[in-house]
Design a protein around this ligand. Sequence first.
Ligand code: NAP
Length: 299
Amino acid sequence: MTEKIGLIGLGIMGKPMGKNLLQAGFPLTVWNRTAARMDELVALGARGAASPQEVAEHSDIIITMVSDSPDVQQVMMGDLGVIHGARAGSVVVDMSTISPQVTREIASALKEKNVDMLDAPVSGGEKGALEGTLSIMVGGDAAVLERVRPAFEAMGKRIVHIGENGMGQVCKLANQIAVVLNNLAMSEALVFAAKSGADAAKVLEAISAGAAGSWALNNYAPKILRRDFSPGFMVSLQQKDLNLVMEASRAMNLSLPGTALTYELQKSLQAHGLEREGNFALVKVIEQLAGIEIKGNVT
Ligand code: NAP
């Protein structure tokens, strides 16, 4: 029997994920705080609900894709939240990036109602959501993951069970550490080359295929050379995730000097009103320190 899916949060990521669920044939009920954002999916066959509670009442698997920990708490536990509508035996899957600790708290509240939860944050960005090629990092019971797997397969390509509840979020935060430090490495390399008088486009062509190669160099550097800072993944969300990393690492007395440095540098983007640009706008801070701007003709 096809499971009925509920989806809460139809932003940059949630809406294309919903389209892929509909395309895979899942009956879908949706809710979004700004109601107009539901129209497109309703036109494609989804049922629009009046609250997260109503989504849960109509669904076997309830997916949330909102912004930060307080937002997930709100749609799950608040007035008209998921917890008030979820039936025993249904599964709640939070695919937002939030705190591992808050995740564990929500999972245990749901467990008291015999509702299982998976934390299943994603990487792959808007492109991955549109193309159904997200990487999905899962925390929670392995048997519950197997139940949800067909829905995950409609949205993603690589689905990895990391461990118990919270561990999906831990994996996602590890991913974010690697992302920002790759962005910083890319920024310093390109600024160094440009300040030395080299053609940044040629440097990029030469180094991206070697030991310095990275996703950032392949995907972000060409946009930097074209001065196109449209997101992708916004600086504000990147800072939200680094904040989660540092909150978790503080609790473990864990030093992450590179991550802390990048967080501080990116504050300058926020101070300059650039927080809605793509996270690779980090290069602008390094450019400002150098007194130059990188440009180049990418082939
Ligand atoms: P987004 O475009 O800003 O969408 C956020 C969604 O959450 C909107 O539907 C918004 O509703 C809803 N929302 C936020 N706070 C809410 C609240 N308190 N109550 C009810 N609804 C609320 O963000 P996104 O890019 O889709 O990101 C969603 C999540 O995926 C985030 O946790 C992000 O870190 C993660 N993520 C994003 C990317 C990416 O590349 N964008 C990649 C991987 C992971 P409204 O429409 O009413 O504002």
